[in-house]
Design a protein around this ligand. Structure first.
Ligand code: GLN
Length: 302
């Protein structure tokens, strides 16, 4: 496995230079583009990695999976009264559908849906930012994880689209807490700095019927775990979820920091990172690396 990972990184390396690092968040635009790392973590605790697998990066939308799991844990099925679990077929920060569909986001992995989930969690947790930080620390077994304040502040300063979505939902009665407070929590989750190894470990419960070995906690039931994986498979890569299913064939979640996490149910979690993105906002080299890995091992769930 170790040799295979090294070889795949060498094969995808020429793609670096063909994408663009996220520009709309100034603090992310400064990240060195020529970085590449991968980690594979087995439910038996085996870890394989190559490249810059221990370098922390901004997890961005990958945090939407953690927020959803917290919401399911603490608010259960009720959350689906506020949003759906259908693919959107739209960009992650699109406002168009939200107006047509009366402020009810299609799913928790587009920005509007994640903001509703953060609003739900804001009502449940006394300190949502700390609860999230402690949650990912427990799941990954890494007590050093922190949110990058510079990234969070940069996002807040450039919050116009996310703020527009939240206020639009508020106008439809689908937002209950102070918008600016919820935006702060949301950006702090997105600004968590984690490495490929941290993320592969933190996602392992999703490959293991909801049980996290590091913390010894049953994070979700086996049924809830299947449901989260199904939403990742249909909506985890925004309007490129179909392409990801076709090429990689696994539940996955991406972020504009260039990370992508994928789950091989019952076996492994994988995290790949390369900051340059394609037009849909997904890591260009990361997608290719996952495609090669899944194809060579025969991991597609389809
Ligand atoms: N923080 C980013 C935003 O809200 C997350 C987007 C992403 O990773 N797709 O725009």
């Amino acid at each position: 496995m170790h040799d295979l990972l090294k070889q795949i990184l060498e094969e995808v390396h020429p793609l670096i230079g063909q994408g663009t690092v996220a520009q709309y968040i100034p603090a992310l635009a400064r990240v060195a583009p020529d970085q590449l790392g991968i980690a594979v973590y087995g439910i038996d605790g085996q870890l394989f990695s190559a490249g810059e697998a221990n370098m922390p990066f901004s997890i961005q939308s990958i945090s939407k999976v953690f927020s959803l799991c917290q919401a399911i844990q603490h608010s259960g099925e009720d959350i689906w009264q506020r949003l759906g679990h259908e693919p959107s077929g739209q960009a992650f920060n699109s406002l168009v559908q939200l107006e047509f569909e009366k402020g009810r986001p299609r799913n928790p992995f587009i920005n509007a849906g994640a903001l509703v989930i953060c609003d739900i969690n804001e009502s449940r947790f006394a300190a949502p930012t700390l609860s999230m930080r402690d949650f990912v620390r427990r799941l990954s077994g890494n007590p050093q994880i922190v949110a990058d304040r510079v990234v969070a502040e940069s996002e807040y300063q450039h919050r116009a689209r996310n703020a527009a979505m939240a206020y639009l939902m508020q106008s439809f009665g689908n937002f209950h807490n102070d918008v600016e407070t919820v935006l702060r929590s949301y950006f702090s989750h997105c600004a968590l700095s984690m490495s490929c190894v941290d993320l592969a470990k933190a996602f392992c419960f999703l490959a293991n019927d909801g049980f996290c070995k590091h913390s010894g906690e049953q994070v979700l039931s086996a049924r809830q775990t299947q449901q989260v994986n199904s939403i990742m498979a249909t909506s985890g890569l925004y309007d490129e979820a179909g392409n990801f299913a076709y090429r990689v064939g696994l539940p996955g979640k991406s972020g504009v920091g260039g990370g992508i996490v994928a789950v091989v149910p019952g076996q492994y979690t994988i995290c790949v990172w390369s900051p340059e993105l394609n037009a849909a906002g997904n890591s260009l080299a990361g997608m290719k690396a996952l495609e090669l890995l899944s194809e060579r091992i025969g991991w597609s769930v389809f």
